[in-house]
Write a protein that binds this ligand. Structure first.
Ligand SMILES: Nc1ncnc2c1ncn2[C@@H]1O[C@H](COP(=O)(O)OP(=O)(O)OP(=O)(O)O)[C@@H](O)[C@H]1O
Length: 475
């Protein structure tokens, strides 16, 4: 019927506890939360348990008659519409504390919910969007879900701090020894020459005079090692202690429907995915298709400039002191150290491209998420998901992967397995931050999907955090 009842334990009286928005009782307009129930089909209900009253209802046929004493002070519904993105999963069937599991609504991380009633401090009523259902369902309020999350937190098998690792599992020291012993491909000299090779392949493909910056292998290797050494969560915590944890712990994030004004800067496009899935291949192809529209951010480094390099083209070459200063002032989306030099992608390098009217497309790893989900960058985050291992084995037959030890070598089964596992962990921890997902199976199709998603992100209304549109001090 779309209503729940409760018994006042002191007096034995039965009251309508809540009327579900859009349900039968609500549509009839005859029952309100707070009404006192006196009789059901002629049976006095005073002193009965709610279950006994439900039994009377269940055995009734045809018209059901309620005798009620209406509540005198009807609460005025002056609530404004609230839309939130769920940052956690919820299942009413596994929640013993829900007043009525049948009236509950399950949701998953990333779902957008329309909160239609917040009168109850513990149980809100919501619809999942897009929704065709007239009837709302019960969901825990923010404070209740926070409480539940804290209880749940201790039973998590993978707390965020230790949840993810990258393709290699050895620690930094073992790693260097392994390089000396087994893998001559990546000793310093070979690495340098690989960088040179990379210069040929990356920077000579300067389409229409545009250099493809931000694809340097040293930058990608540095990220891989940093993640390996510290774990995504820890790095994140140390870099952005308050904002990051707040976002990870908030069970709901208020969102609004927002369409970019044609005169505004484009939204930053951030690709994320397990190392080796093809994030950079997709990014590179996109820029090559239309370099006048798409561009990568030029990274910063403290390594010395080589004779053929230009500052601001391959990298912004800066001193260690300046780099550390920028890091201290949170000017980097992410940064790390590789072979004694610092590398990073700065917020200003992204803004520089956005100000030219182009679409800036970068790749980030999970600890860069909070740095790009801001009012000024309004990042649209696209998760590049690995296809099932069998399919990957086929499509990657002739492809090569960068690992900690080898610059380019054919994919092995353990790489595919590791990409799949890392992808699963990424999804399970960070799915709520992904605006779109592309399964990178067939490369051509993935490119088309990427182009379409980016166009939609720039030109069609999207759900974005409300703080981006009504910035607060915290945002
Ligand atoms: N759909 C695909 N089909 C076949 N090969 C692919 C596909 N996507 C990517 N590749 C190839 O897989 C290899 C790894 O891709 P890429 O370098 O883009 O990885 P990545 O996700 O950027 O990871 P990392 O930054 O660690 O290198 C490359 O050789 C690339 O050409």
């Amino acid at each position: 019927m779309g209503a729940t009842i409760r018994r006042d334990e002191g007096t034995g009286e039965i009251f309508v506890a809540r009327v579900i928005h859009g349900g039968l009782a609500d549509r009839s307009g005859l029952l309100r939360a707070g009404d006192r129930l006196v009789e059901v089909n002629g049976h006095p209900v005073f002193g009965l348990e709610p279950e006994q009253i439900i039994n009377i209802l269940a055995c009734s046929q045809g018209t059901i008659m309620f005798k009620v004493v209406p509540i005198t002070d009807r609460p005025v519904n002056n609530q404004t519409m609230l839309y939130v993105r769920a940052m956690a999963d919820y299942s009413p069937n596994q929640d013993p504390s829900i007043p009525c599991a049948d009236a509950g609504m399950a949701f998953c991380k990333g779902d957008v919910l329309e909160i239609v009633d917040q009168t109850d401090a513990l149980w809100w009523q919501a619809k999942k969007l897009p929704s065709t259902s007239l009837c709302a369902g019960l969901v825990p309020s923010t404070s209740l879900l926070e409480r539940k999350q804290k209880e749940f937190w201790w039973s998590q098998p993978f707390p965020i701090q230790a949840g993810l690792k990258t393709l290699s599992t050895v620690d930094e020291e073992e790693d260097l020894m392994a390089i000396d012993d087994k893998c001559v491909e990546t000793d310093e000299e070979a690495f340098e020459s690989e960088e040179l090779k990379e210069d040929d392949s990356d920077f000579s493909s300067n389409v229409a005079g545009v250099y493809l910056a931000g694809f340097r292998k040293s930058l990608r290797l540095c990220r891989r090692r940093k993640a390996q050494a510290s774990g995504y969560g820890q790095t994140c915590t140390s870099r952005c202690p308050s904002s990051c944890l707040t976002a990870l712990e908030n069970p709901y994030e208020e969102v609004v429907r927002h369409k970019r004004h044609p005169g505004d800067a484009h939204r930053l496009i951030a690709l994320i995915g397990p190392s080796g899935v093809g994030v950079n291949e997709l990014r590179r192809r996109l820029i090559e298709i239309d370099p006048k529209t798409y561009q990568g951010a030029v990274p910063h480094t403290t390594r010395p400039r080589k004779s053929y390099e230009e500052s601001g083209r391959e990298y912004h070459f800066i001193s260690r002191e300046l780099f550390e200063n920028m890091a201290y002032n949170h000017r980097f989306i992410e940064y790390g150290e590789h072979r004694g030099y610092l590398y990073g992608t700065s917020i200003d390098a992204v803004k520089q491209i956005l100000h030219t009217g182009k679409v800036c497309i970068i790749d980030i790893d999970p600890h860069g998420i909070q740095a790009v989900r801001t009012h000024e960058l309004k990042a649209y985050i696209i998760y590049i998901k690995p296809p099932p291992a069998d399919s990957m084995r086929l499509t990657r037959k002739n492809s090569e992967i960068i690992t900690n030890y080898y610059i380019n070598r054919p994919f092995k089964d353990e790489d595919l397995q590791e990409i799949e596992e890392t992808g699963q962990k990424m999804e399970s921890h960070f799915y709520q931050f992904f605006d779109h997902m592309i399964v990178n199976d067939n490369l051509q199709e993935s490119c088309v999907q990427l182009l379409t998603a980016i166009r939609k992100a720039q030109d069609e209304p999207q759900w974005v955090p409300a703080s981006w549109i009504r910035p607060t001090n915290q945002a």
